[in-house]
Design a protein around this ligand. Sequence first.
Ligand code: FES
Length: 247
Amino acid sequence: MKIVIDGIETAASPGEMLLEVARRLGVRIPTLCYHEAFGGQGVCRLCLVEVTAGEVSRLVASCTYPVTGEIEVRTTTPEIERIRRHIIMLLHRRAPGSEFIQELYREYGCQENVPAPDPDERCIMCRLCVNACEAVGACAITAVDRGTDKRIDTPYGEASPDCIGCCACAEVCPTKAIGVSRAAGHYTIWNREFELERCAGCGRPFTSRPCQERIARLSGQELSGAQLCPECRKKQAGSRVALSMIP
Ligand code: FES
């Protein structure tokens, strides 16, 4: 179906999320809680756009808005900019320690005189880390406590036996709120220390043993296949493809 985004006509499949159509077209819409691996969540509201269908216009979160008919979309209007600025100020108040939010704060010319409760806080509670942890089957972290004390943590804030040290949570975090401290031969995440296993191909230390075991189980490989770092796995797959092409 045909839709128009910022004056440019484009095609969208029924049910396709508006944000994804806009990205395909090269239109920049700021996002925080969206990740291509997990889709939209509609939590941060930063991806707000104006959608007009017939005579009716309304503001929607583009990451959770499925295209179901012909619409016209505007991604920036004075009202959108004003609301987005307020959202960024609220996010900045919650997570002033995040460099990404600081950049947005400057880009949108925000100004605020009220000091933030915790100047080092970086988490905006978007739950992308929880989604990533569930996706790898670890389920080691979740939202704990209530109200202003609500945060993402392991049960009782203790080193969780369910954590496999894959660091997918830290990887997807849009505000870099999840700390991974590294030292020679090991690293610590969520209060649990993991020894770094070396890649069976290049010898580079790259991940933990529990993570290798999980990769092997999820991919149905032998553990030896999961003992290769991503680069060596890619090379191995490439050489298999090349061999299969030899007549
Ligand atoms: S990116 Fe759409 S609501 Fe957060």
